[in-house]
Design a protein around this ligand. Structure first.
Ligand SMILES: Cc1cc2nc3c(=O)[nH]c(=O)nc-3n(C[C@H](O)[C@H](O)[C@H](O)COP(=O)(O)O)c2cc1C
Length: 186
C-alpha cells in the first residue's frame, strides 16, 4: 500500500512592511504582530534614514527574514519572497512626495514605484506634522497616490513641535484597508 500523499503546505500571503524615518517607526513591531496574527508572513523594508529609528535585530527576530534597506548586488538571491501586498507605515512626508513623483532613489521607493505597475495592493499610513502637510506638494502627492489606487490611512497630522500623535496612530488600519482588496484577489 502506498503511503498517503501529504497535501502541499499552502504558502501564507506575504506582506512587505515599508518603514520610513519617523519618530514612531520603532513601534513597527505592533504592525508585524497584528499582521502575523492575521495570517500574513511579513518582511520589512526600511529606508536608509529609517534604519536609525528601528531595532533591526528585534524586527528580524520577529519576522524571521532579513531587513532590506539597500539594493542587492547583481546575482545575489532575493532575500524576500514576492509581495502579495505592501503596507507603508509610517509613511513620511519625504517618501510620500518622492513616491508620487516617481523618484526611486531608495530600495523602498524602488519597490513602491514598481509595485503599482505590478498590480500589488498597497496601503500607506502617513505620519507627519501639520506644517509638513501644509506644503502644496503634499496634497498633490496624496491625490496621485489615490489615483494609483493606494489605500491611505486616516491619521490627521499632529501639531509641529508638540510631541507627535503616536497615541492616535492606528497601525492595524493598514490591515483593515488591505483586507477587502486582498480577499477579492484571492
Ligand atoms: C526624530 C525625528 C523624527 C522624525 N519624524 C518624522 C515624522 O514623523 N514624519 C516625517 O514625515 N518626517 C519625520 N522626520 C523627518 C524624516 O526623518 C526625514 O524627512 C527623512 O529624510 C525621511 O526619510 P525617508 O522618507 O527616506 O524615510 C523625523 C526626523 C527626526 C530626526
Amino acid at each position: 500500500m502506498s503511503a498517503p500523499q501529504s497535501e502541499p503546505q499552502a504558502r501564507k500571503p506575504f506582506l512587505y512592511v515599508v518603514v520610513c524615518a519617523s519618530g514612531i517607526a520603532g513601534d513597527v513591531g505592533k504592525l508585524i504582530t497584528a499582521a502575523q496574527e492575521a495570517n500574513w508572513d511579513v518582511g520589512v523594508v526600511v529606508t536608509p534614514q529609517g534604519l536609525g529609528f528601528i531595532d533591526a535585530t528585534a524586527v528580524e527576530a520577529q519576522t524571521g527574514y532579513p531587513i532590506r534597506s539597500a539594493w542587492r548586488q547583481p546575482g545575489d538571491p532575493r532575500p524576500l519572497p514576492p509581495a502579495d501586498a505592501i503596507a507603508v507605515a509610517p509613511a513620511t512626508f519625504n517618501t510620500i512626495n518622492k513616491w508620487a513623483a516617481g523618484i526611486s532613489d531608495t530600495l523602498a521607493l524602488g519597490i513602491l514605484c514598481e509595485a503599482h505597475g505590478m498590480g500589488i495592493p498597497i496601503t500607506a499610513l502617513p505620519y507627519l506634522n501639520a506644517a509638513q502637510a501644509a506644503h502644496p506638494a503634499y496634497a498633490r502627492s496624496l491625490d496621485v497616490l489615490r489615483e494609483m489606487g493606494v489605500l491611505l490611512g486616516s491619521y490627521e497630522p499632529h501639531k509641529p513641535k508638540a510631541g507627535g500623535g503616536a497615541d492616535r496612530f492606528r497601525w492595524e488600519e493598514a490591515l483593515e484597508l488591505l483586507a477587502p482588496v486582498v480577499s477579492r484577489q484571492a
